[in-house]
Design a protein around this ligand. Sequence first.
Ligand code: ADP
Length: 299
Amino acid sequence: MKLEIQSLSKVYPNGNKALDEVSLHIESGMFGLLGPNGAGKSTLMRKLVTLLEPSSGKVLIDGLDISEHRDDVRKMLGYLPQDFRFFSNLTTYEFLDYGARLSGMRESKIRKNAVDQMLETVGLYEARDRKANKLSGGMKRRLGIAQALINDPRIIIVDEPTTGLDPEERIRFRNLLSTISSRDVIIILSTHIVADISSTCKNMALLSNGKLAYNSTPENLIDTARGKIWQMQVNSDEMDRVGSLFPVTTTIPNDEGWEIEVVADDPSPFKGIQVEPNLEHAYVYFMDKHSNNKIIDIE
Ligand code: ADP
């Protein structure tokens, strides 16, 4: 599977430039699209699932231009939008059965098998008779991914999947996607949560103000922050000063004030000890270098 995004731009009718000449090459496996809110991630996802026309540029799936082959492309796609909603009266089983019918599975026996199997895969078989809109947040997300996967898509697009989930459900959801990614499929995971990407994605891109700011592996991004992460002990006066000079990624209160981690090429006039960077540090370092906004929107 190959997805090529070529010089894609989108200007909304009100003049907002949400995407600016974005080019990306994505192959099978799990791909993370990271960026702060407003970076253009959802706009890009909506374009990929043919819900939006670009202002310019193209997207090719295995060489097919998606604007010219909309119906074929939709058959290959599974999409879990950010604001996925459930119809009020359907049970979990009925909901997924409905999704399966919409995706063209007409034969009831085949459909029943597929729905049962998918409910097993996402861990909702026991909850099949419960009303879908009464499920917990994590279960709803899993049912969402089940409907996105029911027609065996080749490209799976998941927008902000773990927002609002507790840590256990987040991990469960990531593991589920990771299992699916061992097939010959492309999974694009769009998120502002760094941890969603670090644990699962082979390759990633960073969007900032509609532009592609980075495209490589999470490990390479981490390397860019090596030697730039400083741990230090500060009191409350120093804390204000440090915070006005550098991005602070961690603050842990203790008896003398706070133990903090600061992202800086050189933390002078403060002193600290260097610590190993993780993807969160690297994201903050990168965004601080490449945009004028200090990034505070990480989890
Ligand atoms: P993200 O998903 O990264 O948060 P979006 O793609 O939702 O980013 O938004 C990118 C930019 O485009 C933002 O400035 C947002 O306000 C703007 N935008 C998104 N949707 C619309 C729309 N329908 N009309 C006008 N502007 C929009």
